[in-house]
Design a protein around this ligand. Structure first.
Ligand code: SF4
Ligand code: SF4
Ligand code: SF4
Length: 355
């Protein structure tokens, strides 16, 4: 008896079933042409189906349609584009004048997405070489709620944070790179005095970790390791040696990653370490977050002198951590408080402090 592998039997049965089905369809008069034909040996041959022919026809139709639309769009664009001559460029600014705007290696204008703790947010188009101060203070209307400016992050998630002392730096490709940031996608995130730079670095690393495709080890593992170190530091569990580890990993990432994402992913850490190292050290040495953003490193406390006993915080606390009689100073139970920030936002008398 000849041995027939199980898989081969299954394939033969499958072919047989399709042939019977299509034979039925053909004889029911649904299609005027042959449905399925099997030529050649018992083990194979050419197979053609109506479905196959229909799909091919449909695909060719779509392709032709797309090409025709493309050609129409091309001519439409050409007809409606301003004349790119010295007297009329694409931006409405003559080319000669456009090249006159900007700095040595960065000509023309640049659009930034101005967001964060700033009064006027939105897209702004500015000449290259303009200072950060003019963008933030004149165009953006300054930092929101009268708070002090702390830093601006440029270039998207893998950009760097530039501190207040460089507010008068000219914004162009070379200068941003020299300051440890980049032009990148044109993002510009303004941060005020209440921003924790360790937390900011952690936030961007978290984003970059999810964006890493995982193809090369330095980027895949390096970002994950850096993020876990930052998480430890923001919980007050870091050690000073972690700062060296971060710098070593940053170098590894920059040198060994295959694409720009990995090569620039260390910028948020390197720039915050460069300009705000004392904040990292404060988290590590004193388990204290100066900006009061890292949850484990500060407490909410009610000032008994300011508290009027209105009870608003008690009613809004989601975990019932606040107690107190009406018109009497209230108290927060630190064992129960989850540091959700609700009471801090709701107190109408500013009686709740982060300490
Ligand atoms: S560096 Fe680029 S290629 Fe390598 S893992 Fe990161 S995203 Fe992927
Ligand atoms: S909301 Fe403010 S003033 Fe009112 S009880 Fe709470 S802490 Fe006191
Ligand atoms: S921070 Fe949140 S959990 Fe803590 S006391 Fe205030 S409202 Fe309650």
């Amino acid at each position: 008896m000849q041995f027939v592998p199980r898989k081969s039997v299954d394939i033969q049965l499958f072919h047989e079933r399709i042939r019977i089905k299509l034979f039925d369809v053909k004889h029911a008069g649904l299609f005027p042409v042959t449905g399925y034909e099997h030529h050649g040996t018992d083990h194979g041959g050419d197979s053609r189906s109506i479905t196959h022919a229909l799909c091919t026809g449909l695909l060719i139709g779509i392709l032709v349609f797309a090409i025709v639309i493309d050609i129409i769009c091309f001519f439409f664009t050409i007809l409606h584009t301003p004349d790119p001559t010295p007297n009329g460029g694409f931006t409405g600014i003559p080319f000669t004048e456009f090249a006159g705007i900007g700095t040595g290696n960065s000509k023309g204008t640049k659009v930034f997405s101005l967001v964060g703790k700033i009064t006027n947010t939105g897209l702004v188009e500015v000449p290259m070489g303009i200072t950060l101060r003019r963008i933030i203070e004149e165009i953006g209307g300054g930092v929101k709620d009268g708070k002090a400016f702390k830093a601006v992050q440029t270039g998207g998630p893998s950009g760097g944070c530039i501190p207040a002392k460089f507010l008068d730096a000219a914004v162009d490709f070379d200068e941003l790179t020299r300051l440890g940031s980049m032009m990148g996608s044109g993002g510009m995130i303004v941060m005020d005095e209440d921003t924790c730079m360790v937390n900011i670095a952690k936030y961007f690393l978290g984003f970059l970790k999810s964006e890493s495709c995982g193809k090369c080890t330095p980027c895949r593992e390096g970002i994950a390791q850096m993020l876990s170190i930052l998480e430890r530091i923001s919980k007050g569990e870091g050690e000073l040696e972690d700062l060296n580890r971060l710098e070593n990993l940053a170098e590894l990432l920059t040198e060994g990653s295959l694409c720009a994402l990995g090569k620039t992913a260390a910028n948020p850490i390197l720039s915050t370490l460069r300009y705000f190292r004392e904040e990292y050290e404060e988290h590590i040495k004193n388990q204290r977050c100066p900006a009061k953003e890292c949850k484990g490193l500060f407490l909410y406390q009610i000032d008994p002198e300011t508290c009027t006993g209105c009870g608003i915080c008690r009613k809004n606390c989601p975990v019932e951590a606040i107690t107190g009689e009406r018109k009497q100073p209230h108290v927060i139970d630190q064992q129960i408080c989850t540091k959700c920030n609700t009471c801090f936002e709701k107190c109408p008398f500013g009686a709740i402090n982060k300490v």
